[in-house]
Design a protein around this ligand. Structure first.
Ligand code: AMP
Ligand code: ZN
Length: 132
């Protein structure tokens, strides 16, 4: 059984912020920033591709709820939502989870993207593939 399934089954303790029939929300053990929380479906699914509609909706509902807890209790006003699906994307626990990551002016997180000039030839080709 995976580590998050053990947490959901309460075989491993966690700092649970919220749970219902579908989702479980708990503090990330390694707080990237203060209040860093994970929202996970109770059903073991590996990644974004395995989520069904109901779980996806419940995850987003719980994410809004958790975000408002962080806002109310920690006065958080800035948040990143992050999911790593797949090893190349940085996934280490193979049970879907959404990181709710409060952001502060002095934190050390950097999601800065390299900016490119738009290449419309490539965009046209890509769009043709996606829409075919
Ligand atoms: P990811 O790299 O997206 O797969 O993230 C996995 C996250 O799970 C990391 O941020 C870990 O700190 C967190 N994590 C791993 N084990 C536990 C645990 N027992 N309780 C809470 N968070 C955990
Ligand atoms: Zn699991």
């Amino acid at each position: 059984m995976c580590v998050f399934c053990k947490i959901i089954n309460k075989e491993i303790p966690s700092y649970t912020l919220y749970e219902n029939d579908y989702v479980f929300c708990f503090l990330d053990i390694s707080q990237a920033t203060k209040g860093h929380t994970l929202v996970v479906p109770k059903k073991h699914v590996q990644n974004i591709f395995e989520l069904d509609e109901i779980e996806a909706a419940e995850i987003m509902k719980a994410t809004v709820l958790v975000s408002n807890i962080l806002k109310e209790k920690l006065h958080v006003e800035n948040i990143n939502l992050l999911n790593n699906s797949g090893v190349l994307a940085g996934q280490t626990v193979m049970h879907f989870h959404l990181h709710v990551l409060p952001r502060y002016g002095n934190d050390e997180i950097d999601f800065h993207q390299v900016e490119h000039e738009p290449n419309f030839e490539d965009l046209d080709k890509l769009y043709a593939i996606l829409k075919a």
